[in-house]
Design a protein around this ligand. Structure first.
Ligand SMILES: [Zn+2]
Length: 289
């Protein structure tokens, strides 16, 4: 396990609160000295994020329906919210689009399906999927440069089926306009981790900068031995990816076992991961092409 670090200037300001709009400023590494970017996002209250997490159920059809409801409650409605069917009798991908000023796109994904008859699949990956509506909520209400596409993928556990389908139906033009895919897998078993060896270096460096600016925990833990995730489907098509998780040597055995339940999720760590990811998405919106 190596701490993820990036050479970065001390931020001018690091301020964030848990319920109102938080703003901080960073010197972007790829711009000239002296320029700063302001990053703003509104965190959903802790209780709301926790309620969403607690709606976990073992049934994949219900998980898809609940995720859809959670997006609607968060304000993603009408044409912005769509199902994308990829196989009869399998729950469809759930797609919520937050339009930005341009059609350059950042995809934020997590799989809502649950692997086996064992456990609740609360960690893997309801922890990621149920966070998507809260992340949508964090970014809406302020102008964004990129269009954000939040996707709850189905059938990840059957071989990344939903994410492969999603990427497979993108036109060459849409592929070229997809600037990043940020994947959320198995959050909350402890402080935030990033799969560094698997990540695009620019996306990784920027995550470290935001964590440092906000004094939020982040370490690198590579999980090649644990398996693959939906970011693979995007990386194979040349899209820069980054996977955020909470898996360590001590906790990986929880996945796909009867131990995978709400009991192993530490809510302080989970909310801290939410804070970091919300701020990170707002930040990369300001600096990615
Ligand atoms: Zn998973």
């Amino acid at each position: 396990m190596n701490a993820a670090r990036a050479g970065c200037k001390k931020p001018y300001l690091a301020a964030a609160t848990s319920t109102i709009i938080a703003v901080f400023a960073l010197l972007p590494g790829n711009l000239a000295h002296g320029q700063i970017v302001e990053v703003s996002y509104a965190l959903a209250p802790r209780a709301q994020v926790e309620v969403r997490l607690r709606q976990v159920t073992m049934n994949n059809v219900k998980r898809q329906a609940i995720l859809r409801q959670l997006f609607e409650q968060a304000g993603c409605t009408g044409d912005a919210l769509a199902d994308q069917s990829f196989k009869k009798k399998r729950p469809a991908n759930v797609i919520c689009t937050l339009s930005g000023a341009t059609d350059s796109t950042i995809v934020v994904g997590a799989h809502f399906d649950h692997s086996t008859e064992y456990g609740e699949g609360a960690v893997d990956d309801w922890s990621g999927a149920s966070l998507l509506p809260s992340l949508f909520q964090s970014l809406q209400g302020r102008p964004r440069r990129h269009t954000f596409v939040f996707v709850g993928f189905g059938s990840e556990e059957k071989g990344l089926v939903g994410s492969r389908f999603f990427v497979g139906q993108l036109s060459e033009e849409k592929l070229s306009k997809t600037k990043a895919m940020v994947n959320l897998e198995c959050l909350g078993m402890g402080p935030t981790k990033v799969w560094a060896s698997h990540a695009d270096k620019t996306l990784l460096g920027n995550l470290a900068r935001v964590a440092k600016a906000l004094n939020l925990s982040l370490a690198a833990v590579n999980v090649e031995k644990v398996g693959t995730d939906d970011s693979d489907s995007f990386a194979k098509r040349g899209i820069p990816t980054l996977s955020v998780h909470s898996i360590t040597q001590e906790t990986w055995h929880i996945l796909h076992s009867t131990s995978d339940s709400l009991r192993v999720i530490k809510f302080d760590d989970y909310y801290s991961s939410y804070h970091l990811i919300a701020a990170y998405l707002a930040y990369i919106d300001t600096i990615l092409p």
